[in-house]
Design a protein around this ligand. Structure first.
Ligand SMILES: [Zn+2]
Length: 371
């Protein structure tokens, strides 16, 4: 039952037909696991806590960085450098002291996924990388729990509920396997307008609450696409893939530990033959009198304008093929980007054209800036 204080707190819920006392008690007895307390997890956690969802589990191994604050509203300036979970817990306890918070200060991995997620009714994916999204999907599938999915990129967002046990497709029906490293920029490399995760994360909180209340219809088999620049929401049919390796008729994925979930979420270069130097080595080379390499920055002009290495020539990744046509194949080339992933892609490309002296700067501008 609800205490008098809780009745007062949730009075605007209690007077909604279809929620009422029964719905509020359902919320109180429910549990949601949030993977990540970043851009999506922040609004989702705040709304779920405020709504009185009785037990919230939070997974996040990271610490608060100043670059998070532009969009991750759970965290404040005074929390920079502190653990994200401590920061989130303090903020959520301020929002609602009547709920239980369970903190999992670990990375969500194939080893711990089932045991952590098994303790919750609903999984809400606020992650920003493909291996974790696949892991959230596969975990929800094997545990037969609904997965509230959200993703963002620059000005676009998408949201749906995956629940194959309720007749919907799964994330792998949408994306059968991981994109090649470098094909899609990681959240670290791609920009995102701060309010966008606020919108998508809030939609995720709404779907979680609807699932708990049994209110309305979850978007099973549809995916909601938000285009901030055009100010449009579109609901697209997302069909079940009969040949899906997880939820199809002849599945080949039988465990949460598989190629996609075990892939590295980092931007590290994996090609062992690629020549690489650290940002610190680059700095020393630039300081030497005999520096004679062509240093190329493959980022976008907007990124170059914010900060750049004066000796670097700006050649955005897509224009590398045109630019390379006029270069002798034995040119000594050093490439960098923001974090080292796009430049690694450029290195691979130039090597494939027959360039013989191509080097990547590990960690890119981010590492260079920290020197
Ligand atoms: Zn599927």
């Amino acid at each position: 039952m609800l205490s008098p204080e809780e009745k007062a707190r949730y009075s605007r819920h209690l007077i909604i037909p279809g929620v009422g006392m029964e719905g509020q008690i359902r919320l109180k007895n429910a549990s949601v696991l949030l993977i990540g307390t970043g851009g999506l997890g922040s609004p989702a956690a705040l709304y779920l806590a405020a709504a009185g969802v009785g037990r919230l589990g939070l997974i996040d191994p990271d610490t608060v960085d100043v670059s998070n604050l532009q969009r991750q509203l759970l965290h404040t300036d005074s929390a920079v450098g502190k653990s994200k979970l401590d920061s989130a817990a303090a903020r959520l306890r301020e929002t609602n002291p009547h709920i239980e918070l369970v903190l999992h200060p670990v990375r969500f991995t194939p080893e711990n996924a089932l045991s952590i997620a098994n303790g919750y009714d609903i999984i809400l994916d606020g992650s920003d990388n493909f291996p974790t999204r696949f892991l959230a999907n596969d975990t929800a599938f094997f545990l037969k729990k609904p997965l509230v999915y959200g993703a963002i990129h620059r000005f676009d967002g998408q949201m749906t509920v995956f629940a194959p046990h309720l007749g919907s497709p799964c994330y792998r029906c949408l994306l059968p396997e991981s994109p090649a490293p470098g094909a899609v920029p990681s959240c670290n490399e791609a920009g995102v307008l701060g309010v966008l995760p606020g919108i998508i994360g809030s939609l995720q909180a709404m779907e979680a609450i609807k699932l708990i209340l049994g209110a309305g219809e979850p978007p099973l088999g549809n995916i909601l696409i938000y285009d901030a620049l055009k100010t449009t929401f579109r609901s697209l049919r997302l069909p079940h893939d009969p040949s899906c390796r997880l939820c199809g008729s002849a599945p080949t994925i039988t465990s949460v530990s598989n190629a996609e979930t075990n892939a590295s979420a980092s931007c590290a270069v994996t090609d062992p033959n690629m020549k690489a130097i650290t940002a610190s080595e680059l700095k020393d080379m630039l300081a030497a009198d005999d520096f004679n390499a062509l240093l190329i920055d493959v980022r976008e002009p907007e990124e170059y304008d914010v900060i750049n290495i004066p000796q670097a020539k700006l050649v955005p990744l897509q224009t590398i093929p045109t630019y390379a046509k006029n270069l002798p194949k034995d040119t000594r080339i050093i490439l960098h980007c923001k974090a080292g992933m796009r430049s690694a892609k450029a290195c691979e490309y130039l090597s494939s054209l027959g360039f013989t002296d191509v080097t990547n700067v590990t960690g890119g501008m981010d590492a260079f800036q920290r020197l």
